[in-house]
Structures are given as C-alpha cells and as structure tokens.
Design a protein around this ligand. Structure first.
Ligand SMILES: Nc1ncnc2c1ncn2[C@@H]1O[C@H](COP(=O)(O)OP(=O)(O)OP(=O)(O)O)[C@@H](O)[C@H]1O
Length: 251
C-alpha cells in the first residue's frame, strides 16, 4: 500500500449554486482510520463520493491509490442471492482456486459460516451488515469508504459491530474513511477525527486519538474526544470542561 492512499488538495464542491465543500485539503495515511463528523447536510457523504470518484470536484484535486470499496447505511445486499453469493460478488479479482478458501475464511471471520446459504431476509440487521463488511473486504480492498454503516442498528448491535470491524481490520488491514453522526463511534474507532463545519464546509478541526483498539466507550480519552467534538459542534450544555485530546484547528 502507498504511504498516502488518499490526498485531497484544495477541494471545493458545488451543487448548482450551493457550495457544499469549501477548500478541503486532506491526506489519509496508509492503514489510517479517519472518521468524519459534522452537522447534518454539511457534505460528509459528498466527501466520500469525491474520494470514490462518483462525483468530480468543482475545483481542486482528488488522488487515490488502490482499490476502493464502499459500505453504506442501507444494506445493499442482493436479496435474490445467498450470503455466500453476495460475498463472492466482491471476489471478482480473486482467482477461482483461491475464491472458495477466502470465502470460507471471511464467513468464519464474521461468524456467519452456518448462514452461507441463507438469503438476506433471513438475517438480522447486524448479520446483514457483517456480510456487507465481508463483501467489501473480499478481494483485498486498499481503501474502505464507510457511510454511516451502523446507523440503522440498535445501540448494542452498534457496539458489537464496532468491535467486529476492529477485528476484521486486524485481519484485512486497509485505509478507512468512516462517516458517522455517532460521536462516540468516531472516538472509539478512529485514529483521527475530522470535524466539518456548517455548509459551506471546511475542516473545522482535527482530533488525533492515540489509543490502541479495541477501546472501551468509558475510556477517559474516548470520553474526552466526544466532549471535544460536542464543543466543536456547539452541542455542549456546559462549555467549561477542559479537554486533553491533541487537536489541530484548521480554521
Ligand atoms: N446530487 C446532488 N444534487 C444536489 N444536491 C446534493 C446532491 N447530493 C447532495 N446534495 C446536497 O449537498 C448537501 C450535502 O449533502 P451530503 O449528503 O453530502 O451531506 P451529509 O453531511 O452527508 O448529510 P447527512 O449528515 O444528513 O447525511 C446537502 O444540502 C444535499 O442536499
């Protein structure tokens, strides 16, 4: 993997007369887990769409190196295909000889080996998201773009999925950009959190969290990071608490 698999330089993006992103410069290092948070409608998904090249920036440049896979909030499994066939779809770049072995490994990794021949409607929401993750990681993704992948799940299922994602990334390392509304999720998972401002969005600040994963939601650094994001987003009731997280303001 390259040292800088994602590099955005002075990227701005307009939809018609509406400027959504304004002069965003962002580099993501190989293997880094970057979370993106910000107010609703500020352009988080647009940022992912620019990285995936689904959208072209109005100005600035986007450079990526390596295979990109995406995981969305809505599960996008094909309902007429079994779990195994859905995952096989992600393996078009894998040789036929290696495919079945990798399928078995992925099913084992997500704990769904007994459900290979089930259809998506026979699975819970959490199980479907696990299969989505396996499909995205099949065939060796270099960059994983995740757009609120766990937001449809209940709190306990989200906690389990975070743990599962950490475990999966240990087995299948890649560079991750993870959009979420859930500040706790960002603090539990990310090496670096990008806080976007209101539209037209700029990078308001970056928070680095140097703490090994898995991280407990009650760890003081996780709690501090949530507290700082709340402050940055103007959502604190009490703005007086100090924060020990290393943060960099880009305003
Ligand atoms: N294809 C499009 N055409 C026109 N406007 C768009 C398009 N896609 C997004 N927008 C607008 O751009 C803005 C940013 O949208 P985007 O989905 O990127 O925000 P977001 O931060 O991901 O939102 P949310 O947090 O609510 O999911 C919104 O005002 C949205 O209406």
């Amino acid at each position: 993997m390259n040292a800088k698999p994602i590099h955005l330089s002075h990227v701005s993006h307009d939809f018609g007369s509406v400027r959504v992103l304004d002069d965003v410069t962002l580099t993501v290092r190989s293997g880094e887990f970057v979370a993106v948070v910000g107010p609703s409608g500020c352009g988080k998904s647009t940022l992912l769409n620019l990285i995936s090249r689904y959208e072209q920036p109005s100005s600035g440049t986007v450079e990526t190196i390596g295979a990109i896979r995406q995981v969305y909030q809505q599960d996008s499994l094909f309902p007429w295909l079994t779990v195994a066939d859905n995952i096989r779809l992600g393996m078009r770049s894998v040789s036929p000889e290696a495919r079945e072995q990798q399928l078995f490994e992925l099913l084992t990794l997500i704990g769904q080996q007994d459900f290979a021949e089930h259809y998506p409607h026979q699975l819970s929401g959490g199980m479907r998201q696990r299969v989505e993750l396996a499909r995205a990681l099949a065939g060796h993704a270099d960059i994983l773009l995740m757009d609120e992948p766990f937001s449809a799940l209940d709190y306990q299922a989200r906690l389990r999925m975070r743990r599962e994602l950490v475990r999966l990334l240990q087995s299948c390392p890649c560079t991750v950009v993870f959009v979420t509304h859930d500040l706790e999720e960002a603090a539990q998972l990310a090496d670096r959190i990008i806080v976007l401002s209101e539209r037209p969005s700029r990078i308001q600040c970056e928070l680095a969290i140097e703490l090994p994963r898995p991280r407990d939601v009650t760890h003081p650094l996780v709690v501090d990071a949530v507290s700082q994001m709340l402050s940055e987003l103007g959502l604190r009731e009490d703005q007086t608490a100090a924060c020990s997280i290393d943060s960099k303001h880009n305003l």
